[in-house]
Ligand binder design. Structure first.
Ligand SMILES: Nc1ncnc2c1ncn2[C@@H]1O[C@H](COP(=O)(O)OP(=O)(O)OP(=O)(O)O)[C@@H](O)[C@H]1O
Length: 500
């Protein structure tokens, strides 16, 4: 079978790093080709070359047997390629129809024919089974809906190659299912699909073939992904064997560290109560929208104005006056949207790791303990395998996953933790670093901290937690001890009754 898309010895260098080093592989029409690799392995760079954003320093790109030299994103689109990047590209103030048809809006007597545009787009949305109002402004839509607009745009441009860079990282389960169905249809229609993800379950489900990258090099291409054992994929990606990524260890549990009674607030109308012991890792599972992040924010003292209920830390009540009080008491929350909330893009990796609420709080932000901070940064760069030139590199130049790791390090490095709440700690993070994060979670718990891990990834919750609480529709719907927890039992508590 002839390859529709071929990378032939493609290289790309940035100051101080070879992002791609002579990469060759091919992808076929009517197939989904997965790209796997650790954070910083070069996957997004490859898609940016495909999308005409970067020009390769060496090598060739062939589409349908023809060599392509792209000077801009427009050249790539002209060649029948659509890349759906991690950072979606749309105009928030324009409508769905205007975004989809941007540059090709129908005109009547010289003016844009908005009615016709809406009709054309409505028909196409309908065909691909997406329920969206063509007149809605993009700024009013959810991320999933915005992504659907980009896919619709790709379909309408009649792209023969559609590439997705971690498309499910901010989608709910239901939204992901819509995306998977759409990818299935595009595949059946003979398009060439490229798919990047760190979620192995998803890759096995979707991909026909895959290529694995490490440090900018191609390690292997497997024409039949289903035949490749999981352990082989992982060892190819991280360059070492990882036998048990969760590394769960039994721990002694001490006295109750955190007691939550009848906590509720504006968006959580039902009271929620639970307890966590010193040394315990409590998993919080629920579908996106179940209310887990809201509950954690209430716990932390955010949005407490409209809240009721009680939070006790080591028997002492927290007044709920805000995060400052929680931090002083030793309760920390690493929020879900760490990147949006916590990153200082122009600052270095070391500075980003060392921005600590508590340390700044205690020291007033004026003492810079340069040596200790440098040591701490180097330790986490090494442990979490943060791919960076050095600790002084600007964090914005790191790959998406490596930025995530550096920001997460801030909380994992915190001294004097009593309660640590991690909201989706491994989103967008590669399997090798996940393994190290789980190890740190176990260490932090073994030192006497109560750890709460909120996650939408069921295997993760089942793998690391001593006990699991499940949320549904803004309230805790059940509790499972580690020994009783399995996929079916957890999902039974998480899914709305009507869908069971
Ligand atoms: N504009 C840039 N300037 C400097 N270095 C860059 C730039 N873009 C990427 N890099 C570097 O190139 C390497 C590859 O990055 P890339 O984003 O392709 O990785 P990735 O495999 O997509 O990672 P992730 O899984 O984290 O998204 C990284 O070391 C990154 O820091």
């Amino acid at each position: 079978m002839d390859a529709f898309l071929r990378f032939d010895g493609v290289s790309k260098r940035f100051p101080g790093v070879k992002a791609l080093d002579g990469v060759s592989f091919e992808a076929h029409a009517g197939k989904v080709h997965g790209l796997l690799g650790e954070n910083g392995a070069g996957k997004s760079t490859l898609l940016k070359i495909l999308g005409g954003q970067y020009r390769p320093d060496g090598g060739r790109l062939l589409v349908g047997g023809e060599e392509c030299k792209f000077h801009s994103a427009a050249d790539s689109i002209k060649a029948g390629i659509a890349v759906i990047h991690q950072e979606l590209q749309y105009v928030p103030e324009l409508t769905v129809a205007e975004n989809v048809l941007l540059g090709r809006l129908p005109r009547r007597l010289g003016f844009v024919d908005h009615k016709a545009a809406r009709r054309i787009v409505a028909e196409r949305l309908n065909q691909i089974g997406v329920d969206l109002d063509p007149a809605a402004r993009l700024s009013t839509l959810s991320i999933a809906q915005r992504q659907m607009v980009e896919i619709c745009k790709a379909v309408m441009q009649d792209a023969r190659v559609i590439a997705f860079d971690e498309p499910t990282s901010s989608l709910s389960q239901r939204e992901s299912e819509i995306l998977f169905r759409l990818i299935g249809e595009l595949r059946a229609d003979g398009r060439t699909l490229i798919y990047i993800s760190h979620r192995l379950e998803e890759l096995y489900r979707l991909c026909d073939a895959c290529t694995i990258f490490r440090d900018g090099r191609k390690i292997a291409t497997h024409p039949v992904m289903a035949e490749v054992p999981r352990a082989r994929l992982i060892s190819d990606m991280v360059g070492r064997d990882v036998h048990d990524i969760y590394e769960y260890r039994e721990r002694e549990h001490g006295p109750e560290r955190l007691v939550v009674r009848n906590l509720h607030g504006a968006s959580l109308s039902q009271p929620n109560s639970f307890r966590v012991r010193a040394g315990e890792v409590l998993g919080f599972f629920g579908l996106v929208g179940a209310g887990r992040s809201e509950l954690m924010r209430l716990l932390y003292g955010a949005d407490r104005r409209a809240a009721g209920g009680e939070v006790l830390l080591d028997g002492q009540p927290l007044a709920g006056s805000g995060p400052h009080e929680a931090i002083r008491a030793g309760l920390f929350l690493a929020p879900e949207d760490r990147k949006e909330q916590g990153i200082v893009p122009e600052a270095s990796v070391a500075e980003n790791i060392n921005i600590s609420c508590r340390r700044h709080d205690l020291l007033g932000g004026i003492f810079i303990r340069a040596r200790r901070e440098a040591e701490l940064a180097d330790r986490f760069i090494q442990r979490l395998r943060i791919k960076t030139r050095d600790r002084d590199q600007e964090i914005r130049l790191l790959s998406g996953g490596n930025q995530q790791k550096a920001i997460l390090a801030r909380w994992l490095a915190e001294p004097e933790l009593k309660v640590l709440v991690l909201d989706e700690p491994t989103r967008g993070i590669d399997v090798g670093a996940k393994n190290e994060i789980y190890r740190i979670i176990h260490e932090v718990a073994a030192a006497g901290c109560a750890v709460i891990v909120v996650s939408s990834e069921l295997p993760e919750v089942l793998g690391i937690a001593d006990r699991i609480l499940v949320m549904r529709d803004g309230a805790i719907s059940g509790e499972l001890a580690r020994g009783d927890a399995n996929e079916t039992a957890v999902l039974r508590l998480a899914l709305p009754a009507a869908t069971q």
